[in-house]
Ligand binder design. Sequence first.
Ligand SMILES: [Zn+2]
Length: 465
Amino acid sequence: MRRMRTLVLALTGVLVATPLAAQFDLEPHRASADRLIQSALRDSAAYQRLGRLVDGFGHRMTGAPSLERAIDWIVAEMRRDGFENVRKEPVTVTHWVRGVESAELITPRRTKLAMLGLGRSVGTPPQGIRAPVLVVRNFADLRARAAQARGKIVLFNVPFDTTVASFAGYGGAVVYRGAGADSASAVGAVAALVRSVTPRSLRSPHTGGMSYDTSGRLKKIPAAAISVEDAEMLQRMQDRGERIEVRLTMGARTLAPAVSHNVIAELRGSERPDEVIVMGGHIDSWDVGQGAMDDAGGCVAAWEALRLIKQLNVRPKRTIRVVLWTAEEIGLTGANAYRDAHRAEVDKHVLAMESDNGVFRPRALSFGGVAPGLDVMGRIASLLGSVGVYTARAGGPQADISPLYALGVPVASIDTDGSRYFWYHHSEADMIDKLDPVDLARNVAIFAVIANVVANMDGSLGRAR
Ligand SMILES: [Zn+2]
């Protein structure tokens, strides 16, 4: 039954949409691609714009005034750039605030621990929670020591696996940030600490989202990240048989829902304006550092790409739309809201692109869709050798385009050098100096070339499913 339905859907897709670009001809696109690359690399305009955004507004935590001020500035700048249909689309968002927070080692020695509360965590009573600490290596270790966990603060000291690709290393450790509190609560712990999810540390704590079981069976306990160095120190103390006591104080609260906005700007298509290429990043960040890498850089890459395409003075045949999604970090809220607000035209989204892995040095293109689409993307990659990209490989969606991908929109992204991404991710160190102006310009060029080729090509990339 399922196979049959897939077949019917696939057939209808081919019949009603533009035929797949099996005979895709690259040559008509070469000259404009070269011009886009040259103008992206000519100066550091993208980096200057990124600097004004992140130095001018700082972090853009969901619910914070700085996010909405940044959004208003972007909208004004985009209108000055001469884009079309520049607008804000309202999104109701979770408004979590950190409040005043600290973690103090009391026994065997009094000292401050470098910490950051986790997003969506509950707070502690005003006087904090003072309790003995149980350090565990993983969930299995916690299960084995479950009898010792009651009344304690459980620390998950789970290293970031540096022997695998960085996003795989992240995936292996981040589950403890997300679900550590519930696991600890289930065995009677009073709070949870997690070792910061990073492969490198200069005693910098890294925040990030967590969540609670919604069934109401588990008590919600506060959760915070501590630095790798502090986690290792507590581990050594436990290994020596020392009694460890910590006071965790967190003023974290979830306030009434707030209103934020997705930002949209377009160049309307000349021949098929109802067919849309989307590219963007998420405009919100955590409330530490500047969120320059995660993800102001991705937002500016898409924004500048649209500006360069406009400068070509050749209106694209399909509509090219920049979307800066809000409230990604606190729950992918802007991306889901975009999908819902645009559901009627999702079938007309011919490609969605996102940059949320850091605008570091590009290495390849990643494409999620059918084989003929991947073939087209591979040929587009052959236009991008001067910016470090030669190939396209199959890959899934980044976060904010995953709701579109689930509805069949093909997705593309730039596979960048991710080796340093998690050094800075969700920490005070995520500031613009970690990004390189030339690497940013290369990302701008790639977004511009892909968007412009797909907007002007005969045939389509097919549906992703
Ligand atoms: Zn991000």
